[in-house]
Ligand binder design. Structure first.
Ligand code: PFF
Length: 451
């Protein structure tokens, strides 16, 4: 990011940029449907435990690695230990897989914004509306291309500063609006059952296989939501000021990221209960959950058209700050590697995004018969990035830090500003033993358990 080459001007600037990248569709769209699918309360519990242990450790590692080496992901691993240089490109490949389908979903959000703003929200309350929309290739492609173009426009203009200052205003509004909608949802008849399902773990009929599946899903979500294991936090770390606290920043970023996800689930899960008459199987709508249920909630409230419009604008905005960081990473890699100017490089990247994103669009429409290892195309991209590539990057990063350069390498960086590394004990155990073991389990699980 051009303006960032000379670093973030303040601690809050860094936290906002990192949180802007972290908070996005992963929190509002992906987290609730996973929580719904994997048993509500249990998923929530597993996820929160993973955030404060595993997510915390990996984010501290990535930010410290970036700040210590002063390099983006490609150079950072190489500098830490030349034998691990290959990890940089592997991590850098992840945004190339995620960005295209991220923009496809960004397009769905734009479509819903359009539906609300044009006063057609009524139609969207029909349960088949969403399925009908994504199963025809035309409209989703148009909204996808508009969304990708918007992302590219921001990257070309390099208005990182603009987007950051707008985030400062819009992110708090997103929190307030979400809390408001969550409270409203709670007042609806039957919402309490959904609330209980969402927050209370239910261990009845719970098997080891189910627990494994839940952990694997929660871990994938954690990488995605915290923008980990894909080089972003390494690059952001390289822009961070030496006097700022790494540990403190990581705590704040992960707190906000988790808060938004939990609130989104508080809206979506109980409202599914309300509108399905308490039928928990309605929660299995998968990626469509947000698009199927929220319009019904908005429709049921007075002033729903305005609240719905505002909600989808803010979701689009949260998504945009994330997709900009994703595209920006792709652009910087391509321009570095092929010595291209920023504009040319952005164009190359957008073409890649559009071609690959179209595969995801078609995967729901003309090619809906196509399945790769049992996944639809979009889900397949989601699966290989979250469940295969990121665990590999995370596993090797832990081996690099835990056994090759040793955790002191990271500790030295976190204590540069004179503060103690308070969670050093937890960090060491996680990095050396727990994380590698988890990553191996995640990588092996698909061979034994049908996910
Ligand atoms: N963390 C973002 C989200 O939860 O929506 C998605 C994302 C953004 C992933 C940027 C990766 C990334 F580099």
């Amino acid at each position: 990011m051009e303006e960032k080459k000379d670093g973030f001007g303040s601690k809050i600037g860094f936290i906002l940029a990192a949180a802007g990248s972290a908070i996005g569709l992963g929190n509002i769209w992906r987290f609730p449907y996973l929580a719904a699918k994997y048993g509500g309360g249990i998923f929530l519990l597993v996820y929160i435990i993973l955030v404060v242990s595993f997510g915390f450790s990996l984010m501290v590692t990535e930010i410290s690695l970036g700040r210590r080496t002063g390099k983006s992901v490609i150079g950072a691993y190489k500098q830490a230990d030349s034998r691990f240089g290959f990890l940089g490109p592997v991590a850098a490949a992840v945004p190339f897989i995620i960005t295209p389908y991220y923009c496809v979903i960004g397009g769905w959000v734009l479509k819903y914004f359009y539906v609300f703003v044009s006063g057609n929200a009524d139609a969207a309350t029909d349960s088949d509306y969403f399925g009908g929309f994504i199963s025809q290739a035309g409209q989703p492609s148009i909204f996808f291309i508009i969304y990708a173009a918007l992302t590219a426009a921001v990257v070309i203009l390099g208005v990182q500063k603009g987007i950051e200052s707008v985030s400062k205003i819009l992110m708090p509004i997103l929190v307030i609006l979400s809390v408001g909608i969550a409270i409203y949802t709670m007042t609806l008849n039957g919402a309490v059952d959904g609330f209980k399902y969402y927050v209370l773990p239910n261990f009845e009929g719970f098997t080891v296989a189910k627990l494994l599946k839940t952990i694997v899903a929660a871990m994938g979500q954690l990488f995605y939501s915290m923008s980990l294991a894909m080089g972003i936090m390494v690059t952001y770390g390289s822009y961070m000021r030496k006097q700022d606290s790494i540990e403190g920043s990581v705590r704040q970023i992960s707190f906000f990221d988790t808060l938004i996800a939990v609130i989104a689930g508080l809206i979506i899960v109980p409202s599914v209960f309300v509108f399905s008459g308490g039928d928990a199987s309605a929660l299995n709508a998968g990626p469509g959950l947000m698009f199927v249920t929220l319009p019904k909630v908005f429709d049921s409230m007075s002033g729903g058209r305005i609240v719905g419009t505002a909600f989808f604008v803010l979701v689009a905005f949260a998504a945009l700050t994330s997709s900009v960081s994703l595209l920006e990473t792709m652009v910087s890699i391509i321009s570095e590697r092929f010595k291209l100017q920023r504009v040319a490089s952005t164009i190359v990247c957008v073409v890649i995004v559009i071609v690959m994103g179209m595969l995801s669009v078609l995967g729901y429409s003309s090619w809906s018969e196509v399945s790769i290892f049992g996944y639809q195309i979009l889900d397949f991209f989601d699966f290989i990035s979250n469940n295969i590539m990121m665990p590999i990057v995370a596993l090797l990063t832990c081996i690099l830090i835990g056994y090759v350069v040793k955790t002191k390498y990271i500790e030295d960086e976190t204590t540069l500003n004179g503060e103690k590394f308070r969670s050093k004990g937890l960090y060491d155990v996680m990095t050396k033993y727990v994380c590698p073991a988890f990553m191996i389990i995640i990588l092996l699980t698909p061979f034994f358990v049908d996910l």
